[in-house]
Write a protein that binds this ligand. Structure first.
Ligand SMILES: Nc1ncnc2c1ncn2[C@@H]1O[C@H](COP(=O)(O)OP(=O)(O)OP(=O)(O)O)[C@@H](O)[C@H]1O
Length: 813
């Protein structure tokens, strides 16, 4: 290889200097020396030309520390390294001074290497330039260490990735899309390191399908590129690092390929950066303006980060020798291309040397791949690694020194010959086939538009479907609501009918279908209500007039019991009770039955009839309410179909729920009241029964018969009671009473009456007390009781009953 002449030390930048060459044979050296001398002028011109693209080509040398240690400006035997002056000097045979853009000494860290050699290039790639960074050097000199680094000292690749994302963060007016590929050139074959099968090796096993062979292709827009190759879109530094780590792993996992993967191959990480102006969203005017200017103008640039395999002169195994041969061939081609770079091109635009001869880019995959970068289309940074050692160390052996000098000369030539006229990549509109196929950002934008349109269409269909579903559900709900209403209505009706029946049953205790009184009605003794207006005793209480009152049924029952107990003990002779049944209402006419007129059955009948009217009114009101609920349910259902009206539906449902709850409460209330009345009725019935027993007992029978006689006279033909109670009547007629016996019996009877009355009074008192405690009734100062709530009059009736029950007893006493 040619040795740089002294003339270079006086080149424009004075950046390259050597005093000798030691490892080219003499003939070649002489020939090249002449060439170099001839080129001295053109070199100068080249450098001045390179000034146009100042900083486009950066060549750095990194000296790795020797085991014995090395420092800045430290002399190791014949070597002198001066980081401040970017100088490496060799004072041995064919030595010389080599100046570069950067010389990194042993203690320089990876971040310093990156900052000085690659950082600017990376940021310019983000601006739209193509950029290539590669590490060159003999094996074990620190290429991988510089490119990948370690976890504590990240190298060029991870630091570049960090910078890429920092740049994206700092550039809010553009949007970016990053994709990454990772390939290696091993034995002059390309391997995709991101293929899933690559992770476990390169598919040498029979079960692993062989991937399609990767070839290098050329495109007027893309330049030289490998295809087919996996490209992964990445969105974060971590993701990008993970992808690269996966590639590294693929490089290293195959045991058969172990050496090849551990730096016996050239590894190329390629990050494609697509970017475009962000469409502004500040205002409609700006939006229209910007949209008109940059509809999908995408810029595509590429950053290639290459860790070359190390050159190796000696190889022990055949496999290593084969690898070495390929590596050395490709590196030699690279050196040759760089040495012959002239910046000239033929009429087809292909690069030529100064003699017009084609440059041998095609002689190796590596040079073919690097062609765009080397021919000046991209920014380029070359990091050459060397290891120098003090006398006696391995690095001081002749072969090692020769390798080191070779690397230094390669670096010098690269710095001298490569001229970059890199320009920012043009923004493509993405409409053309080439640009369109490259710019994923644009393709994605269009795809997003299409998908968005599809989504909108689907969303419409979905909304329609949902509306239909809602409609269906609303219909179902409506049906359910109607059914519930119907059910509630039926339940209420049944309850009312039941209560009504109870009333009639109660009142029919004193009457049957033949309009005759039952036995119970023949022994009235219990309650008598004093009618304040008429002064007569009536079973009808004010409570019976309550409207819609659940109290009505229970009241009726009470009333009927009361009516059956209408008493005075003085029968109204010559008159039999009459009853009529009108409109399903049993009507009693007790006028004249009791001569004192205190027990008016007709009044009871009126009360019952009024109660029934109340109940009917109650039913009709309930029906009206149900109808209203149904109507409102209808109207709510019609409102449900718009999603925006869901809320009102919920409210409607709440309203319906509260109506139904109200109904439930009413039913519960009715049920509770009914239970109360049942208890009262039972108590009263039991009292009446006791009374019957007392009257029918042998001791009391004379009185009973006497009372019977007084009650009904001797008119046996008109009274069913005579049929119901034949024994008492027979007894009454066959055993005429004696005055003394009668008085005694009467006294027994009075005692029995009092007992019954007391028992009922006690029950009623308990019930009243319950009401008072529960706050439904309020006790007055003089023992009076009033209802705590409007419309709840039954308690009054209860208290009235209690009072009336007590009154006869007290009157008798
Ligand atoms: N500047 C440095 N400082 C500290 N250690 C280094 C440095 N350079 C290289 N090394 C160490 O030297 C060894 C070899 O380095 P590395 O593998 O990077 O060499 P290489 O040039 O990539 O070799 P190959 O061509 O075989 O891949 C590693 O253990 C690495 O940690």
């Amino acid at each position: 290889m040619p040795s740089p002449s002294h003339s270079r030390s006086s080149s424009a930048q004075g950046s390259y200097s050597t005093s000798a060459t030691t490892f080219e044979d003499v003939d070649e050296s002489t020939k090249r020396g002449r060439e170099e001398a001839d080129d001295s002028v053109s070199d100068s011109a080249k450098r001045s030309k390179a000034n146009d693209g100042k900083g486009n080509v950066i060549v750095s040398v990194r000296v790795r520390p020797d085991v014995s240690g090395s420092g800045n400006s430290k002399t190791e035997g014949e070597w002198m390294v001066d980081g401040r002056r970017s100088l490496v000097a060799y004072r041995g045979r064919e030595g010389g001074d080599y100046y570069y853009d950067n010389v990194f000494v042993a203690h320089d860290k990876n971040d310093r290497v990156y900052d000085a050699s690659a950082k600017r290039l990376v940021r310019r790639v983000m601006d739209g330039y193509h950029g290539t960074v590669f590490a060159y050097g003999m094996t074990g000199t620190g290429k991988t260490f510089s490119m990948q680094g370690t976890t504590t000292s990240p190298g060029v690749i991870p630091l570049a990735i960090t910078d890429i994302f920092s740049y994206i963060r700092e550039t809010p007016h553009r949007e970016f899309l990053l994709r990454v590929s990772y390939l290696e050139i091993y034995n002059e074959k390309l391997h995709d390191l991101l293929l899933p099968s690559a992770a476990g090796g390169h598919g040498t096993g029979p079960s692993v399908p062989q991937p399609e062979e990767i070839k290098l292709r050329e495109d007027s827009k893309r330049g030289v590129y490998a295809s087919p190759l996996t490209e992964e879109i990445v969105q974060s530094p971590t993701q990008l690092l993970r992808v690269i780590a996966r590639g590294d792993l693929a490089r290293r996992t195959s045991s058969t390929m172990y050496n090849a993967r551990s730096s016996r191959s050239h590894a190329v990480v390629q990050i494609v950066v697509e970017s475009r102006e962000r469409l502004p969203f500040h205002g409609p005017l700006q939006k229209i303006k910007r949209a008109a200017i940059v509809p999908g103008a995408v810029r595509v640039s590429t950053l290639s980060l290459i860790d070359l395999a190390g050159s190796e002169r000696a190889a022990e195994s055949k496999e290593r020798r084969t690898e070495g041969a390929h590596i050395n061939k490709s590196l030699l081609t690279l050196g040759t291309v760089i040495a012959r770079l002239s910046g000239h091109k033929d009429k087809n635009g292909d690069p030529t040397d100064k003699d017009g001869k084609h440059l041998p880019y095609r002689d190796s995959k590596l040079t073919r791949l690097l062609q765009p970068a080397l021919s000046g289309d991209s920014l380029i940074s070359i990091l050459c690694t060397v290891q120098i050692g003090s006398a006696g160390s391995a690095a001081a052996t002749n072969s090692h020194v020769a390798e080191t000098l070779s690397t230094l000369k390669f670096a010098a030539r690269a710095r001298n010959n490569i001229v970059s006229h890199a320009k920012k990549a043009e923004e493509s509109l993405g409409s053309g086939a080439d640009a369109g196929s490259r710019a994923l950002l644009e393709r994605y934008r269009m795809e997003i538009q299409i998908l968005r349109a599809q989504l909108n269409g689907q969303a419409k269909v979905q909304i329609e479907r949902e509306e239909k579903q809602l409609e269906k559900e609303a219909d179902q709900r409506h049906e359910e609501q109607l059914m519930e209403i119907q059910l509630a209505k039926t339940v209420l009706k049944e309850r009312i009918e039941h209560l009504t029946r109870l009333v009639l049953c109660s009142s029919s205790i004193g009457v049957n279908s033949n309009r005759s009184f039952s036995s119970l009605s023949m022994y009235p003794r219990l309650a008598v209500f004093t009618n304040a207006d008429t002064g007569s005793k009536s079973a009808r209480s004010s409570g019976s007039h309550s409207t819609l009152g659940p109290t009505s049924p229970s009241l009726n029952r009470t009333t009927s019991m009361d009516s059956s107990a209408t008493i005075d003990g003085q029968p109204c002779k010559g008159q039999s009770p009459t009853s009529s049944f009108e409109n399903g209402v049993v009507e009693f006419d007790m006028k004249g039955d009791f001569c004192d007129g205190t027990a008016s059955l007709s009044a009871q009948n009126r009360a019952l009839r009024a109660d029934l009217v109340d109940k009917n009114r109650y039913i009709s009101t309930l029906e009206k309410r149900l109808l209203q609920a149904r109507r409102s349910s209808h109207s709510r259902t019609s409102l449900v179909f718009s999603p925006s009206q869901k809320a009102s539906q919920v409210c409607g449902e709440d309203g319906m729920a509260s109506i139904l709850k109200g109904k439930d409460d009413e039913i519960t209330d009715l049920r509770a009241r009914l239970d109360d009345k049942d208890r009262m009725l039972n108590a009263l019935q039991s009292a009446a029964r006791k009374r019957d027993v007392a009257e029918l007992s042998p001791e009391a029978s004379p009185v009973g018969s006497g009372r019977q006689a007084r009650l009904w006279g001797n008119d046996s033909k008109s009274s069913t009671a005579t049929q119901v109670r034949p024994v008492s009547l027979v007894e009454a007629s066959s055993s005429p009473p004696e005055d003394q016996g009668m008085e005694k019996a009467s006294s027994v009877q009075n005692d029995s009456d009092r007992k019954s009355v007391d028992e009922v009074s006690r029950i009623l008192d308990e019930m009243i007390q319950d009401r008072v405690e529960s706050g439904q009734l309020v006790k007055g100062t003089r023992g009076s009781v009033r209802v705590a709530q409007d419309g709840r009059k039954e308690e009054l009736r209860m208290s009235a009953m209690a009072v009336s029950l007590r009154r006869p007893a007290s009157e008798e006493t």
